[in-house]
Design a protein around this ligand. Structure first.
Ligand code: E4P
Length: 217
């Protein structure tokens, strides 16, 4: 499973990248706002730091304007994935930008039918939002499973990018179902390393080690 990091926080991306944990980065207008930085400047910095795709999102609502914004965002770096929303105009923009050779991430996907349309429109990535479905008491993970089945039925090449990952269980379930990629905030990826039995075991080992009076270095 590929790991994308869902943030525009350059320092957090750099730390995970040094660990080999970053296969890509996703941003959105809210994450750019949170970074407090200029979209072009921060996206360029991230795209130069990592090898994989860096999603940068359009904000226009009409297809032609989305295409124009997408072309501009794509000029920031060769590894930019243009993110367009899953609206009818977004699908038109996806088709056009994909046909021009741009990588397109179709975002704000909340149904399997939407994901089917995005694949037909040539999306490189489809971003189903798990956490936001769970927020309204729907089953975000079932959506990932449904899309997986549909894409496999017809050998669609669009990659499933499980998004709006809020918990370590989301990460585990998305991997178990066979999502191609997950995009998660840095803190969720860090939490995946934690286990209380690891901490407890380490504490016991260190206590016993102290009793031996030995040193390794
Ligand atoms: C995905 O590309 C989005 O940026 C992100 O996963 C949204 O997550 P949220 O629902 O936690 O804001």
């Amino acid at each position: 499973m590929k790991f994308f990091v869902d943030t525009a926080d350059v320092a957090a991306i750099a730390e995970l990248n040094d660990l080999g944990m970053v296969d890509g980065v996703t941003t959105n207008p809210s994450l750019i706002m949170k970074s407090g930085r200029d979209i072009t400047e921060v996206t360029k910095e991230i795209a130069e730091m990592i090898e994989g795709p860096v999603s940068a999102e359009v904000v226009a609502l009409e297809a032609d304007a989305m295409v124009a914004e997408g072309r501009k965002l794509a000029q920031i770096a060769p590894n930019i994935a243009v993110k367009v929303p899953l609206t009818w105009d977004g699908l038109k923009a996806c088709r056009q930008l994909s046909s021009e050779g741009h990588t397109v991430n179709v975002t704000l996907c909340f149904s399997a039918n939407q994901a089917l349309l995005a694949a037909k429109a040539g999306a490189s990535f489809i971003s189903p939002f798990i956490g936001r479905l769970d927020d309204i008491n729907l089953d975000g993970m079932q959506l990932i499973a449904d899309i997986r089945q549909i894409y496999d039925n017809y050998d669609f090449e669009t990659e499933i990018l499980a998004a709006s990952i809020r918990t370590v269980n989301h990460a585990f379930e998305a991997a178990r179902i066979g999502s191609d990629i997950m995009t998660a905030p840095p803190e969720v990826i860090r939490k995946m390393a934690q286990h209380p039995l690891t901490d407890k075991g380490l504490e016991a080992f260190l206590k016993d080690w102290e009793k031996t009076g030995q040193k390794i270095l």
